[in-house]
Design a protein around this ligand. Structure first.
Ligand code: FAD
Length: 410
């Protein structure tokens, strides 16, 4: 076996979380740090679109495809326009993020290993990483964002799964000032919640997406039918539209634990590190926050240990909400619409970022249906107790996204 390459920091997985770490290291002027990135795929170009909210003016601003100071939440009963100021909703395509990461990688002089990680051994002082091509890297610290299931099965295991169409229109069709965050007029699944959304970039170019929060995937034909139904609901004429790109995805929505530090010198980031908010699937803002914390720490010569993606009490509230939705004791569209109807939009968005005070959280909780939530809280407590008394069940892996025409895995 060849001698290991010695580095200060190894990034296992070079996707969203790792790209944001590389960009943050560069932004904080970190140099003279020996960095290796190990991933069989060198991410480039467009493989996903991130939508998220935040304050304008950070280093992502020039990379954004679009931003909206207001968004709409639509139900069968009402159309609400939410003024997000001082926040704004933003769209960031993966291409510019991966490009920025590649530039950062170049300036840092990072080493790339184009192979899957096979083995990780942490002796408490250094971590030895073996890749499938036989190469080895020895690192002081490892940031591991390889996708993996949680440590054990959760009490509720849902998926956020979706298909989006990037549409071009042959005439002015979309209003770039009007973005739809969630439109619950889509037919609702027997178990779960569905919604469509529309993110217009120009008057002729927009992303239209159909999303479900539910336990199981649809077939390729199922997503296409649901998306066509939503397009029709929006009154868009298919004969004037061309589908330029199709975007598919599956994101875990579960109260199962994602260990953040499996061994002394290995830190998990991204979805594998619990950055995905269980009740919404939003991940990007937490990944960005943690990347910034990691880079600041390294710039100051400290260990790259980020704060938890979300406070513990938020994870508990999400577990209760997921349970209530899954057991059908609250109506999904009513639940999400109620949050926005009874709170300032900013409070809900800061809540979803895990940034609210307990008093604000009480206000958010008061806007959800009381009795079903109390019942879900009791059910969650009982389930936790049962879980303590019986052996842990393994978590099912997150299934791959269904591509056009392929049936979901059974
Ligand atoms: C299509 C799509 C759209 C999304 N949109 C949003 C959104 O709008 N807003 C939001 O907040 N979140 C969104 N998400 C969720 C989340 O932000 C993304 O999934 C994000 O990319 C997660 O980053 P990550 O680094 O955890 O995982 P990934 O970006 O998936 O990166 C994981 C990396 O690990 C590599 N890898 C796998 N196995 C190995 C191995 N054995 N060894 C080494 N490397 C390995 C992979 O090649 C990959 O590059 C979306 C997800 C998808 C799939």
């Amino acid at each position: 076996m060849p001698d290991p390459v010695d580095v200060d920091l190894a990034l296992l997985g070079g996707g969203g979380a790792a790209s944001l770490v590389l960009a943050a290291l560069d932004r904080h002027g970190v140099r003279n740090l020996r960095v290796a990135v190990v991933d069989p795929v060198h991410r480039r170009g467009q493989d996903r679109t991130w939508a998220f909210w935040g304050l304008p003016g950070d280093d992502l601003e020039p990379l954004l495809s679009a931003r909206w100071p207001r968004v709409e939440v639509v139900t069968l009963a009402a159309r609400r326009t939410l003024d997000l100021a001082p926040l704004r909703y933003a769209m960031l395509r993966s291409g510019p993020v991966y490009r920025r990461a590649a530039e950062a990688e170049g300036r840092l002089g990072a080493i790339r290993v184009h192979a899957a990680v096979d083995d990780v051994r942490d002796d408490g002082h250094r971590v030895l990483v073996r890749a499938a091509d036989g190469s080895t890297v020895r690192a002081d610290w490892v940031l591991d964002s390889r996708p993996r299931p949680p440590a054990r099965a959760g009490r509720t295991t849902w998926l956020q799964h979706f298909r989006g169409w990037w549409l071009t229109a042959d005439t002015a069709t979309f209003d770039p000032a009007r973005a739809v965050l969630m439109d619950f007029r889509t037919p609702q699944p027997a178990r779960g919640v569905s919604f469509g959304y529309l993110l217009p970039v120009t008057d002729r170019y927009a992303l239209v997406e159909y999303t479900e929060f539910s336990p199981d995937l649809l077939t390729g034909g199922g997503y296409d039918a649901a998306l066509a139904g939503y397009r029709d609901l929006l009154g868009l004429d298919p004969s004037r539209l061309t589908v330029r790109e199709v975007e598919n995805g599956v994101i875990p929505m579960t109260d199962a634990p994602f260990p953040t530090r499996p061994s002394p010198r290995v830190v998990r980031l991204g979805t594998a590190g619990g950055a995905t908010r269980p009740s919404t699937g939003f991940t990007f803002s937490a990944m960005y926050r943690q990347a910034d914390q990691v880079a600041r720490a390294l710039a100051a010569g400290r260990p790259p240990l980020p704060e938890p993606a979300y406070p513990r009490r938020h994870r508990w509230m999400d577990a209760v909400a997921l349970r209530a939705l899954d057991r059908g004791s609250v109506d999904g569209p009513g639940f999400f619409d109620g949050l926005f109807a009874r709170n300032p939009a900013q409070r809900v968005l800061r809540f979803l970022d895990g940034a609210t005070t307990p008093a604000e959280e009480l206000a958010v909780m008061r806007s959800t249906p009381l009795l079903p939530m109390v019942a879900a809280t009791a059910g969650d407590a009982a389930h936790r107790l049962r879980d303590r008394l019986r052996p842990a069940r393994p978590a099912p892996p997150v299934p791959p996204a269904v591509r056009a025409g392929t049936p979901p895995r059974p």
